[in-house]
Write a protein that binds this ligand. Structure first.
Ligand SMILES: Cc1cc2nc3c(=O)[nH]c(=O)nc-3n(C[C@H](O)[C@H](O)[C@H](O)COP(=O)(O)OP(=O)(O)OC[C@H]3O[C@@H](n4cnc5c(N)ncnc54)[C@H](O)[C@@H]3O)c2cc1C
Length: 534
């Protein structure tokens, strides 16, 4: 087994902004065209965040407990300072941002501990059980469902178990085309290590810059190239998990009939059943060619029908997404051009990755099919503009929060036969809750033979109490999803925020099954209490 060092082993090099999405260097005011757009349609006013030193955090962990943690991982890897704990407080949803910007740090961990290996994680879990301290696994901190805001009542403290030092490519099996990755590797670091081997995972969610391998697995993430490479859960072959009952190792074969697939219990478990310390994933050769195109459709319904035809014909490109009329009109698919000129209709992005011959063949087949269905080929410019701006969209949210505009995203998934119904129901619910001046944008982000996911972006004027304003709208939209036969989440997971709707979706028997696993595997409930289990 060879261990390759990570290109980012400095724990502070990858730190996100404390009160915004992403790289602090990229944070900034809105571009002029975007500001003019929101100023006209929604109105703006300054709503700045408090200073980081003014965020009210919990009391640091008691000194005797800190000393015990230091015995397990070394004193340098137990941190209780304000800045470190601030950076490990909650995730990056709009409610998370509204709370932290207002100075509410009540979900902060009391300490941050950074183990280096599986045995240290096992020892930390033993310690947490003995001391009845809540442990919150922390990967990249990009949760948007309250997955990092553990319940603290009844516990002697809350400790963030930061996986930052789990940053290695552990093993490469070229014959089987699998690799073992440590869970704390962020997207870019994982791809850099794989690229050096001529390989790729092909998992590029919009949170790619900061989200981690372990986080992808336990939230069942889906990336922008899912049509070609698959969802993250379809890439996972094996998992190593530290639990209060000992170590669980899963995935000794490519496929088997050895009872229910327990990997499925770990994927989506969001730290409630154990801490993932290694992930074996399928990999592909690094593509020689990457090329993107834009297609214009007269309507969302016609574009969606074309996507369905592609999926059911087994002709999916690597990237396939479709913006509705509203999203196309404001150019959200091309963040640098938001508010600029738009040609109307609905913009579809297609992308192809692989060898030149494979890309050429797939592109020719898809082009013939889409043209035959009435799509208008826009050529590579709008496709490349999407690819260039694909990780920039989230920065816009925080610039809008700065000027009194409430912005958030949500997603769902349903069968093709129900897609239009759910699309309309969710939009109506959001407008009914937030008012007619609300902008609701949507795109189809992931497609399957049987259905597709819908990804909504909502923007409205923030009231004096934006948090309850948003929570009411989110509840109305979530009701609209689940009451109309769609799932509460396609790829954001459950966390704290989606629990009521998960209970409705899986019913009382499903809830009992989840509770039974939790009670047997984590009987004292120290692992991420309050998350996932209704
Ligand atoms: C701007 C933005 C864009 C996003 N775009 C996408 C997207 O395109 N596709 C998508 O799927 N998601 C997206 N997300 C959601 C988010 O990135 C995913 O949920 C991500 O998979 C979480 O990974 P993470 O490493 O950040 O985990 P964290 O946020 O650190 O943790 C998420 C949950 O998993 C638990 N956890 C983390 N690591 C481990 C581990 N090793 N073992 C056990 N439990 C663990 C945590 O306790 C927590 O409950 C986006 C989020 C943001 C903020």
């Amino acid at each position: 087994m060879t261990t390759h060092p990570s290109p980012i082993s400095d724990p502070t090099a990858a730190e996100m902004h404390w009160s915004r999405w992403g790289d602090p260097a990229e944070a900034g005011p809105l571009a002029e065209s975007a500001f003019a757009l929101v100023d006209t349609f929604i109105g703006t006013r300054e709503t700045p965040a408090v200073a980081p030193a003014d965020v009210r955090l919990t009391e640091p962990l008691a000194a005797d407990l800190v000393a015990e943690l230091a015995e397990i991982v070394g004193a340098a890897h137990v941190l209780t300072d304000h800045e470190t704990r601030l950076h490990r407080t909650r995730g990056k949803s709009t409610p998370d941002m509204l709370k932290i910007r207002s100075g509410d740090g009540s979900d902060s961990p009391d300490a941050v501990v950074r183990p280096a290996n599986h045995d240290e994680v096992v020892a930390l879990i033993d310690w947490a059980v003995r001391r009845h301290v809540a442990l919150v696994p922390f990967g990249g901190g990009t949760s948007v469902v309250g997955g990092l805001a553990a319940r603290r009542d009844g516990f002697a403290g809350v400790v963030s178990l930061d996986l930052l030092r789990f940053d290695k490519l552990v093993e490469v099996d070229r014959d089987s085309m699998t690799v073992v990755l440590e869970p704390g590797l962020r997207g870019p670091a994982a791809e850099a290590l794989l690229a050096a081997e001529g390989l790729t995972l092909g998992h590029f969610p919009q949170s790619f810059q900061y989200a981690s391998i372990g986080g992808f697995a336990v939230t069942r993430s889906s990336g922008q190239s899912s049509a070609g490479y698959g969802r993250f859960d379809s890439l996972v072959v094996g998992l190593k998990v530290a639990t209060p009952q000992g170590t669980l190792e899963l995935g000794n074969s490519p496929a088997n009939a050895a009872g229910p697939d327990l990997r499925e219990l770990v994927m989506g478990s969001e730290g409630a059943f154990g801490v993932v310390t290694a992930v074996r994933v399928r990999v592909r050769p690094l593509p020689e060619v990457r090329t993107y195109e834009g297609w214009r459709w007269p309507s969302f319904a016609e574009g969606a029908a074309a996507m369905r035809t592609l999926a059911q014909a087994g002709m999916l490109p690597t990237v396939l997404r479709l913006s509705d009329e509203n999203e196309t009109a404001i150019n959200l698919a091309k963040p640098s051009e938001v508010g600029g000129e738009s040609a109307g209709g609905c913009l579809m992005i297609t992308g192809y990755e692989g060898t030149p011959a494979a890309v050429e063949a797939k592109k020719a087949a898809v082009t013939a099919l889409l043209a035959g269905l009435g799509g208008e080929n826009q050529g590579p410019d709008s496709g490349q503009a999407w690819a260039d701006g694909r990780f920039h969209g989230p920065y816009l949210r925080d610039s809008l929060l700065d000027v009194g505009v409430l912005v958030e995203t949500m997603e769902t998934v349903t069968f093709w036969s129900n897609l239009d119904h759910v699309y309309t129901a969710v939009k109506d619910a959001l407008v009914a809750s937030l008012g007619a001046e609300t902008l609701v944008l949507c795109h189809i982000s992931h497609v399957y033979e049987t259905g597709a996911s819908l990804y909504f972006t909502v923007a409205t004027k923030a009231s004096e109490e934006p948090l309850p304003q948003w929570l009411a709208a989110k509840a109305a939209a979530s009701d609209a999803m689940v009451h109309n036969g769609a799932s509460i989440t396609h790829h954001h997971a459950v966390g704290q925020d989606h629990k009521p709707w998960l209970a409705e979706e899986i019913g009382p028997v499903g809830v009992e099954m989840l509770r039974a696993v939790k009670e047997r595997i984590d009987p004292t409930g120290v692992l991420n209490p309050g998350v996932l289990i209704p």
